[in-house]
Structures are given as C-alpha cells and as structure tokens.
Design a protein around this ligand. Structure first.
Ligand SMILES: Cc1cc2nc3c(=O)[nH]c(=O)nc-3n(C[C@H](O)[C@H](O)[C@H](O)COP(=O)(O)OP(=O)(O)OC[C@H]3O[C@@H](n4cnc5c(N)ncnc54)[C@H](O)[C@@H]3O)c2cc1C
Length: 491
C-alpha cells in the first residue's frame, strides 16, 4: 500500500469547502501501511476475489473517453451536474437515450492518487475496508476520464450557480452553459470544519476518518498504533451518507484488536447523536446482540463538537441537554463528519428549506422545474443516502426522463430502496436492504440479518465489480429483478 509520504492524496471535491485548502502535515506524514488483506483471505475468499479481479482488470482504466477533445459547446440537450456515482451512471443512461454528443457532465474531479495521478473517480463504499486495512486505497479509484462515457463531453469545472428559470448554469471559471434537461447529482458536502479543532487536528496521530480520501488511511494507521485505552467512534447530528459506515469501522476495529491480542486493553465506545443504533428494527435487533456479545459501549444523543488532537481529547455535547459537555480522552478516534447539501445548492432556487434538491419521491422529477431532475445524496428523497440507492434511482429516473422527453407522464415509481452492507468483522456482513417505510426488502431467500461470509464477499468484491462494470455503464438499476427471481415472483 502506498505510504503517506508517497501519497499525494487530495480530498475529493465534495469535501473541498472545509478541507482542501488546508493540505497539511497529515497528507505527507510517513504512514507505514501493512495491508490486512493477507490475514483475512481464506482460500475460498481468494478464489472468489481472483475471479472478480479478473473481471475488474478487463474494465475501465484503458477505455479512455475521447469527449474532452470535442469542441466545447455551451448548450446541451442533457446536462449532468456532478460526475460521482449518480452523475456518471445517468450520463451513461442518457447517452443511450439521446446520443453521446448531446450529453455533458460538469465535474471538477479534484481527487488524486499516486500512479493514477490527478482526476480520480472513487468508489467510496470500499473506504470502510481501506480504513481497516483490508483493502488498498488505490483499489478504490480509477481515472475519471475512464469512467466518463465515451463521446460525452466532460466539462472539468465546478458549478457555481444554477439558474433554472433561464435553463442555464454558471461555472467557477465564468462559463454559462444552457440545457434542455438538467440532472443534478452533486452529492453531499463534508463539513469537518464544523467540529472545533478540525480539519487541522488530522495532522496529529491517533485520529482518522473513513469519509475522506485524505484521512481514510489515517484510520488504519491509528488502528495499528493502538496500545491501550479508549477507541471512540462518532456519528454526527446531521444526515450522512451510508449511515451504517460510522459503526462498521467500530466492528472491524474490535475484530482487529482481537486478532492482534489487544482486545482486553481496548475500551470501545460508539458515541452517536442518534437515539438508536439503526433505523430498521430487524437489523437494529441483530446489531444490538452483537454489541452486547462483543462488549461494546453505545452512548446515544452524544454529538462530537470539538477535537483537541494535541491532547487526544474529544468533546461531546449531550443533545438532550444542550450546553452539557463531556470530555473523553482517546487512544484512537474515528470521526464521521457533519454533512450538508453542497453550498452551491443551498443558495439555489432548486432546493427545499434544508438545502436538498426538491424532487418528487417517486419519479425524481423536480417539484417546480419539470425539466430538472435529481439523483443521489444531494436530493431530499427520504431514504438512506447510499450508492445502492443511487443504482435503484437511476433505473427509475431513466424511465422518468424518457417519458418526459416524449411529453408523457412519468410512470415508474421509486419505493426508496436502499442497502447497507453492515460489515461486522473481517469476514462477516449483515446485508440490510429496506425501503421508504423502513421495511426490509431482502434480495436473497435467506435471513439477511444474520452475519454471513457470502455477504462479506459480496461487499468486498462483487459490489465493486458491479459498480465499475455495470452501474457506471448504465446497466445496473439495483437488484429488484433478482429479488423477484429468488422469491419466485412473489415480491
Ligand atoms: C466511508 C463510506 C462508506 C460507504 N459505504 C457505502 C456502502 O457500503 N454502500 C453504499 O451503497 N454506499 C456507501 N457509501 C455512500 C456512497 O458512496 C454515496 O451514497 C454515493 O457515492 C452517492 O452518489 P452521488 O452521485 O450522490 O454523490 P458522489 O458520488 O459523492 O458524487 C458527487 C459528485 O459531485 C461533484 N461535485 C461536488 N460539487 C460540485 C460542483 N460544485 N460542481 C460540479 N461537481 C461537483 C463531486 O466532485 C462528486 O464527484 C459510502 C460512502 C462512504 C464515504
């Protein structure tokens, strides 16, 4: 794995506002990484991994798109804002509808990785395993150019202003670009700066965060350096992407401490702003059993407000008693930052009061502007913000837009499907799948609230394969058809 000294790791665009201007010592500090992959790979796991790596190797990096060489236009039939999971997926689908020459994506692509260089697209879900040393950071990225559908124009810029009344947007560099249809896929913003002492606190050891490309390897370093004391994991008082990720790293850390003989010296604490461990009862019950069996401490309604990284202290506010704070010293701290809608959206006319793109929850069409659509983390769809949700949304949105283009009413309805592979150890996952009503909608014909090796292999190897080879290419709209097949057409 690349060491921190070799790594010129910039934070991704969605963390730019609070982060990227302050690249500091932790970017360059010497971080010795020993991947845990070898420790956790059983022969079966290796065979499975090998199969999927083979598939992955045949995929994108060499298929560089040619669109950037096309003369830049300032009008596009379909304009996509953001080239993350939702943006690339929708651009691929729209290319099939209207032709590559009529689609453009605006994406600054500020992330970088050694070997891949600047402009990297990341598969963020794998960062959970990178933070635990079970995957390498380099495996989470591909050059952005390789994922932009060929022929689609990539406008390498940031959206600075939306003007839906005039069907145009303005970029950071002052370009005005107009459109017939607009798809907004700008993701969610990481607000590390809302915690006193961050992001500069990341320059100190013992602290990491799986949520950013610049800090995920620091989690693994903190885990390896752990000697004895409190290992604290946090959950903020805002919406987050992948609400399971803040606790997945806790289970992995506990497993790591057991494997390395440090478990008896670790006091493992999950301090969450929420009032329960998970929103869906079936999975919450299963997680509470694990928490009790493995002697983990969960404190509810505790919000991280300050990190004193030089003293290794974290300050939490009791959300039921504002102003009442508690200082806890740590030997390891994993921070899940507060998050919000991207600033550019907050000040635009397309959002609701909380700043999220205001779309119909069944069709994903904007409630006011009929030629504007939203997908993914930046929307106010009342479901858990995940890439799995984006996949399901992409199939619905594709159908919605195709009907709108023919002046027909949208028909397909999104049920809020989302999924969260709750990694509970280096070889077990509970695969949570549920809808708007927080009811389980499980794909497989077995009880998915049980921890399983098969589901771990899905998370670690099969899902990245699906992401790079099918979803981003517009061929994966979620597992609904598999669910029907496995349940003999009954659900
Ligand atoms: C640690 C972690 C674990 C996760 N685990 C899982 C998991 O197990 N399963 C799962 O399904 N999901 C998981 N997710 C969540 C998943 O990665 C996101 O929900 C998904 O990427 C959302 O896609 P999106 O297109 O909405 O946003 P993103 O993929 O974040 O894309 C947003 C894009 O918008 C661009 N952008 C931002 N501002 C501007 C601007 N002003 N102009 C132009 N472009 C801009 C950004 O550069 C970015 O490329 C995890 C995420 C993290 C961080």
């Amino acid at each position: 794995m690349a060491s921190g000294s070799e790594a010129d790791v910039s934070p991704p665009a969605h963390s730019r506002d609070t982060f990227s201007h302050r690249r500091s010592a932790w970017d360059r500090s010497s971080v010795k990484m020993t991947p845990l992959v070898a420790v956790v790979s059983s022969p079966h796991a290796r065979l499975f991994t090998c199969f999927f790596k083979l598939g992955a190797q045949q995929a994108s990096p060499l298929q560089l798109h040619t669109g950037t060489s096309l003369a830049a236009k300032n009008y596009h039939e379909v304009l996509v804002l953001g080239g993350g999971s939702g943006g690339i997926t929708m651009a691929s689908r729209m290319k099939k509808r209207v032709g590559a020459e009529n689609v453009a994506i605006i994406e600054p692509s500020e992330g970088s990785l050694p070997l891949l260089g600047a402009c990297v697209h990341f598969y963020q879900p794998i960062w959970t395993l990178v933070g635990a040393g079970a995957k390498q950071l380099s495996s989470s990225g591909r050059p952005t150019a390789s994922v932009i559908p060929s022929g689609v124009e990539w406008i390498k810029d940031r959206v600075a202003e939306l003007n839906p009344d005039k069907n145009c947007i303005r970029t950071d560099t002052g370009k005005e670009i107009s459109y017939k249809y607009l798809i907004i896929a700008l993701g969610i913003q990481l607000d590390y700066g809302k915690i006193k002492g961050l992001p500069e606190g990341f320059s100190q050891p013992k602290i990491g965060s799986n949520y950013s490309v610049g800090t995920v390897e620091k989690t693994w370093k903190a885990l390896q350096d752990f000697k004895e004391g409190n290992a604290i994991f946090t959950f903020p008082n805002t919406p987050v992407k992948c609400a399971g990720a803040p606790q997945k790293i806790m289970y992995l850390s506990e497993d790591y401490f057991r494997k390395t003989g440090k478990r008896s010296k670790a006091n493992i604490i999950f301090n969450t702003s929420l009032g329960s461990i998970f929103g869906v009862k079936k999975y919450a019950d299963a997680l509470m059993e694990i928490i009790q069996e493995r002697n983990l401490t969960v404190n509810y309604k505790q919000n991280l407000i300050e990190v004193r990284a030089d003293k290794q202290e974290a300050v939490f506010e009791n959300m039921d008693k504002p102003g009442e704070t508690q200082v806890i010293s740590y030997e390891m701290l994993h921070v899940t930052p507060p998050m919000s809608a991207p600033d550019v959206l907050k000040k635009s006319p397309v959002v609701d009061d909380a700043g999220w793109v205001d779309v119909d929850k069944e069709t994903l069409q904007h409630k006011k502007y009929s030629n504007v659509f939203g997908i993914g983390d930046c929307t106010n769809l009342p479901t858990s913000k995940t890439a799995a949700a984006v996949a399901a949304q992409s199939g619905i949105l594709d159908r919605t837009i195709s009907l709108i283009m023919k002046n027909e009413a949208p028909m397909k309805k999104y049920d809020g499907y989302t999924s969260c592979p709750l990694v509970t150890s280096y070889n077990r996952v509970i695969l949570a799948e549920f809808d708007y009503n927080l009811q389980p909608v499980e794909t497989f014909p077995f009880d998915q609230s049980k921890q399983r090796l098969s589901m771990y292999l899905m998370k670690a190897d099969m899902m990245p394969f699906l992401y790079w080879n099918m979803m981003l290419k517009g061929y994966w709209g979620g597992p609904a058809f598999l669910r029907k097949l496995f349940h003999l057409g009954m659900s």
